[in-house]
Ligand binder design. Structure first.
Ligand code: ZN
Ligand code: ZN
Ligand code: FE
Length: 761
């Protein structure tokens, strides 16, 4: 291999580990690994863990990464391991560096950690005093973030403060040789929290071990139950019981959105889904997130209505001793979905659960250890053999993301949907857990409670606040009331900067940001953007041709409206007489005449350039998708179709210049789709061609922009086929594509981008 080629394939892998990894031979262990794999870089202690950077080929780096957890020194414990692949900086050798930053160890607030092997052994050992005790923990595992009220992290500052340790527990706690030395949530059956089994009116039926057996019996009998876990309540039901799941969907008014499934152990998972080494690592990691995994077939133990028409399953493994005990007893997969009403945050108290879930579930399993800070399950997906975090919550929050550059002391309040906010301290960004969509009282309360907590935990009194440009977002209005200077950051610019920040990427870049909607500089709806980013800010280099969104917001729930608006833009009023067009059959006669008037007179039909809405329009033409019941459903359906066929062709498109920006005209694409739909072409083929065209559009605009670095951000890039195809096409043409790894590509990543804007010109 030539030197140039070598350089092109060289990557830098950055690994941030938190845990008991100091003074246990961890750095020498990493040094030996680096020697074994012949990579350069460094390992360094940080306040509460180590940071590792290594350079080599991506394959070698992956092998090193996968060796860390299984081969770590016996005395070490990893609480959290996050990694990202970055551009190489040219390390010559591998060295053990002395720590440069003196981060205060006590100031690091850890997330909740899945039970360690030793604790699990005790829980399943009939001779141990913690046999079948659901709240077993030690210094290496157990609840942290979910129980803390204030720093320092002492028992009195947690929701364990009201439990007085028994003599034996106190002895463990005081003994420096003991695994439970200063384990703040230390507890046992004599002195710690207990579980109770309640009926749906919250009347107690049983407690302790009987409660555990009763809840399992209820699940076996097809009952719907709510279980209080680590960061909130889950609704649980047998994943193989189609009738019970149907009932849950009816009661929760959740028509088709897929449910996550909790499996008993890795071997049961492997029977149902295809799993590579990277996916397996994510699944068994201490963060214990939901991992989106491809099913082997639909003829599995999972009822079809768990994830209707979905080739993927969101799977997680037990993440607390309680869940281990439950799953050990049941030994079959169960649906485990957030205990909330639609887009509200997850319920954390018995009271909330009673009022929100009382009419949904038959029974409750509760306990008397209060949840102080709620967190939903995190969600990850593996793309191009890298973990991509789609929702950063339990297991990740509130750990910081470490950046190469220092950020100003400020707070960024994020966007509107999938809200998270962020606080910066030097080069660390503390990103909040998922706060939900800021549309209900509950979400808004969660948002402000969490913000207050973060500010006090990290002793941050923000000097300025960053928010979205959208005047009507709750977060924008909140920011304006904070009484400190406000910086408003355009939505898609924030998406792009967030992706650049986590990839340690400096301007200039061409940033492709495709999502549902965001407020544009010209006060129209953007979402199909190509931004040229320089030190001085951004320029809208190119965008999709705008089209009318029939009925505005309403179009988000009805892809048929996007399709109608778009076809009207192409064909004008004559589209209403194309009786051979299947799309017209999606509307009643009355609707058609109303919609024709609306479009002709430009009534309540704002123009948008959103790629999310282009996906909707395509799905209405390809799959006759009239309405959706959850966000992203239409695009997901189109993505799933791509696995049914292989084809490298695409539709036509054209690019023209208007007012100093390139406009991508999708008219030939949608004429192609319309013709194909009339001809009765296979939906799978149409979907593949549609995706391929979008990837080629990125390449075409990259060629006009002539920036080597091409950033891919926005919710549309949660689509694996689209993202991978675009990456492959860009690489083939000599560009360097960058996409999200640790930070969500959806609006959950907006806060980091807003914050980064403060460092730009
Ligand atoms: Zn433990
Ligand atoms: Zn005790
Ligand atoms: Fe967005």
């Amino acid at each position: 291999m030539g030197e140039l080629q070598m350089k092109a394939t060289l990557r830098r892998l950055k690994i941030s580990i938190y845990g008991a990894v100091q003074g246990v031979g961890f750095r020498p262990f990493i040094y030996r690994l680096a020697r074994r794999f012949d990579v350069s870089g460094f390992v360094m202690n940080t306040g509460a863990g180590v940071t590792i950077e290594v350079e080599g080929s991506e394959k070698t780096l992956e092998k090193l990464l996968l060796a860390i957890e299984p081969e770590q020194p016996p005395q070490s414990h990893i609480y959290s391991l996050e990694y990202s692949y970055l551009d190489p900086v040219g390390y010559q050798a591998f060295e053990v560096r002395t720590s440069v930053n003196s981060e205060d160890k006590s100031a690091v607030m850890l997330p909740d950690i899945a039970p360690c092997a030793e604790c699990l052994e005790e829980v399943f050992d009939p001779k141990n005093r913690r046999y079948r005790y659901p709240f077993t923990n030690c210094t290496n595992c157990g609840p942290r973030f979910s129980i803390i009220k204030a720093l320092p992290y002492d028992r009195a500052n947690t929701s364990m403060g009201s439990f007085h340790m028994c003599e034996q527990c106190q002895h463990e706690y005081d003994d420096p040789e003991n695994r439970r030395f200063h384990a703040q949530p230390n507890a046992c059956p004599c002195c710690g929290p207990h579980i109770e089994f309640w009926d749906c009116t919250t009347r107690k039926i049983s407690e302790e071990d009987k409660a555990l057996r009763d809840i399992c019996e209820a699940i076996r009998n097809g009952k719907i139950v709510a279980i209080k876990g680590i960061g909130g309540f889950h609704i649980v039901v047998d994943a193989g019981n189609e009738d019970a799941i149907k009932q849950l969907r009816e009661r929760k008014h959740r028509e088709e959105k897929p449910f996550a499934v909790l499996f008993p152990d890795l071997s049961t998972v492997q029977k149902q889904v295809d799993l590579d080494e990277i996916e397996k690592r994510s699944l068994v990691s201490s963060e214990a997130p939901i991992v989106l995994l491809r099913r082997k077939s639909f003829h599995d133990r999972i009822a079809p209505n768990v994830a209707p028409n979905n080739p993927y399953l969101g799977i997680l493994l037990p993440f607390s001793p309680l869940h281990h005990l439950l799953m050990h007893e049941l030994h079959f997969p169960v649906v485990a979905t957030s205990g909330n009403l639609s887009n509200d945050p997850i319920c954390k108290t018995e009271e909330q659960a009673k009022s929100a879930l009382g009419s949904i579930v038959d029974y409750f399993l509760v306990h008397d250890r209060p949840i102080i800070n709620r967190s939903d399950d995190s969600i990850v997906r593996v793309i191009e053999r890298r973990e991509m975090v789609l929702r950063r919550s339990r297991g990740y929050a509130p750990l910081p993301v470490q950046l190469d550059q220092a950020l100003p002391d400020c707070v960024a309040v994020g966007g509107h949907l999938k809200n998270t906010f962020a606080l910066a301290k030097n080069n660390r960004v503390f990103i909040s857990q998922h706060n939900g969509d800021l549309e209900t009282k509950e979400s808004i309360n969660a948002f402000s409670d969490n913000l207050n907590l973060f500010c006090s935990l990290y002793q941050n009194s923000p000097k300025s606040v960053l928010c979205d440009l959208h005047p009507d977002y709750y977060s924008t209005r909140f920011a304006k009331k904070m009484g400190v200077p406000v910086i408003q950051v355009q939505h898609h610019y924030a998406h792009a900067l967030s992706c650049m920040a986590e990839n340690s990427l400096n301007p200039p870049t061409l940033s492709v940001v495709w999502d549902g909607t965001g407020w544009g500089l010209d006060e129209t709806i953007w979402g199909g953007e190509f931004l040229k980013i320089t030190r001085a800010g951004f320029k809208r280099f190119a965008h999709m041709r705008p089209f009318p969104l029939l009925g505005g917001e309403k179009a988000i729930r009805e892809p048929r409206r996007s399709a109608m608006g778009l076809l009207f833009e192409i064909f004008g009023s004559s589209v209403f007489s194309y009786t051979h067009l299947k799309l017209l059959h999606c509307f009643s006669g009355e609707e058609l005449s109303i919609f024709q008037t609306m479009l002709e007179r430009h009534l309540n039909s704002p123009y948008c350039s959103s790629v999310g809405r282009l996906f909707d329009a395509a799905s209405a033409l390809i799959c006759q998708r009239e309405r959706i019941s959850f966000e992203g459903q239409a695009a997901m359906e189109l993505e799933f179709l791509t696995s049914e066929t292989q084809n490298d062709n695409r539709y036509d498109f054209s690019v023209r210049e208007k007012d100093g920006a390139f406009v991508i005209d999708w008219e030939p694409i949608f004429k192609g789709l319309t013709d194909d739909s009339i001809r009765g072409a296979a939906p799978a083929l149409m979907s593949v061609l549609f995706h391929n065209t979008l990837a080629d559009i990125v390449v075409a605009i990259a060629q006009k922009a002539s920036e080597e670095a091409v950033v891919l951000s926005g919710g549309c890039f949660q689509n694996k086929y689209l993202l991978e195809k675009t990456i492959v096409r860009l690489k083939k043409e000599g560009y360097r594509p960058y996409w999200h790894q640790r930070i969500p590509t959806n609006d959950g990543g907006i806060a980091l981008g807003q914050m980064t804007a403060a460092t730009m010109g």
